[in-house]
Design a protein around this ligand. Structure first.
Ligand code: IPE
Ligand code: IPE
Ligand code: MG
Length: 248
């Protein structure tokens, strides 16, 4: 968790920005296009935001791209989304590496096409040495699934006698989440006009600031990002404590 500053104000930039990239389908349908074309345009927006985060010195960006519930969509949309991630991992990895971006993919590998899993591992390995921006893509990701997976792994360790149940605390639990090693998000942006979390980073957003915009994800611009960052700058993060006023 990021430490609050002395006066309770948010530090000027979030260390970890998380984005629920919503609204691709509506963007496309409004233009008489297929939902898939909306997802394609969503990649452009992601490219813009990655570049902007690198330029602003934000070190962690996590984007919600495919949820465990998104399997309930029509099979052709799901297949198109899997192909899209595969293509993006092939076509974008060099450009990302050149910007100093490290790619991580958060979510269950089980259930994904085997060749996609291989592609994910390749992209993660290829960029493993970079640290300017850690870009985590939440794919086949569900906050509840993540907590269940962590609980299972911890239970296995305990049952094998390698872990004392008394040693389980919040820090240890977090080490079993897909996000192990990442700080908690400071700011969560949701595009597309909804005010819900949709099973995203349930454990990690405990004290995140939330910012929602009606802008549909393919239209999300650098200006929109700056608007969110400016709003964040004025938030007072208390983490349950009492605000400390200016010192006399
Ligand atoms: C977000 O856009 C991308 C995914 C969930 C894969 P949507 O596809 O949910 O777009 P809307 O919400 O239907 O407009
Ligand atoms: C959240 O969007 C998931 C992603 C952006 C990947 P959804 O479109 O799936 O969320 P709901 O259905 O509106 O809650
Ligand atoms: Mg949606």
């Amino acid at each position: 968790m990021s430490a609050p500053s002395m006066n309770g104000q948010a530090p000027s930039l979030p260390r970890h920005l998380a984005i629920i990239m919503d609204g691709n389908g509506r963007w496309a349908v409004r233009r008489g296009l297929s939902r898939h074309e909306g997802h394609e345009m969503g990649i452009e927006a992601l490219r813009r935001v990655v570049r902007a985060c690198v330029a602003r010195g934000i070190p962690y960006l996590t984007v919600y791209a495919f949820s465990t519930e998104n399997w309930e969509r029509p099979a052709d949309e799901v297949a198109a989304l899997m192909r899209l991630l595969d293509r993006v991992l092939i076509e974008e990895v060099d450009e990302l590496a050149a910007q100093g971006v490290r790619v991580r993919v958060l979510g269950r590998r089980k259930g994904l096409p085997e060749d996609l899993v291989a592609r994910i591992e390749q992209a993660c390995q290829k960029t493993a040495g970079n640290d300017r921006l850690i870009l985590s893509v939440a794919w086949n990701y569900g906050g509840r699934a993540e907590i269940v997976d962590a609980a299972q792994a911890i239970a296995r360790e305990a049952a094998a006698g390698r872990l004392d149940p008394e040693a389980i605390n919040e820090t240890l639990f977090a080490e079993y989440l897909y996000t192990a090693g990442l700080p908690d998000p400071d700011l969560v942006i949701r595009t597309g006009g909804e005010f819900r979390i949709s099973n995203f980073l349930l454990w990690q957003v405990a004290y995140a600031e939330f910012w929602a915009t009606p802008v549909l994800w393919p239209d999300f611009s650098e200006r929109d990002l700056d608007e969110a960052l400016e709003a964040y700058r004025h938030r007072s993060r208390r983490f349950g404590r009492v605000e400390v006023g200016p010192q006399p």
